[in-house]
Design a protein. Structure first.
Length: 133
């Protein structure tokens, strides 16, 4: 049972709808992941070079990721397929920090505590402001 073991869920899966064009390789978010993992227990949705556990390591599907998200304090990531199950009614008040990565200007305004970053450097800065890095 992984519930409660991870403080931060990071969706680093490749975006395919133009929402985060800065993403240029599977390792693009590794500096952010490493910065957050230095302070928090982190689970990602795509394997990287950081050594941080990945949902794929545990055979998790999108529904499993949504269930895992309910036990996290913060969710960081690109708004794409693996992120949507985490954006549920329970998490609207249960997640302390949301950090969405997008560079197309789209603000979703789904949660009162959501923040945005347009590149990995800004994401690291926002994570520091949130006390996550």
């Amino acid at each position: 049972d992984l519930n409660g073991k991870f403080h931060v869920l990071i969706n680093n899966a490749q975006p395919c709808s133009g929402q985060f064009r800065a993403y240029n390789s599977p390792d693009y978010l590794d500096p952010l992941i490493a910065a957050v993992a230095a302070r928090c227990n982190v689970m990602t949705t795509q394997k990287g070079k950081t050594g941080v556990p990945c949902t794929r390591d545990f055979g998790m599907n999108c529904t499993d990721i949504g269930v895992l998200s309910r036990t996290c304090d913060a969710i960081i990531g690109i708004v794409n397929g693996p992120m949507w199950p985490a954006m549920n009614r329970d998490n609207s008040t249960g997640i302390e920090h949301w950090l969405f990565l997008r560079d197309n200007g789209e603000d979703m305004m789904l949660f009162p505590n959501e923040k945005y970053a347009v590149n990995v450097e800004q994401a690291i800065q926002r994570a520091k402001e949130m006390g996550l890095a």
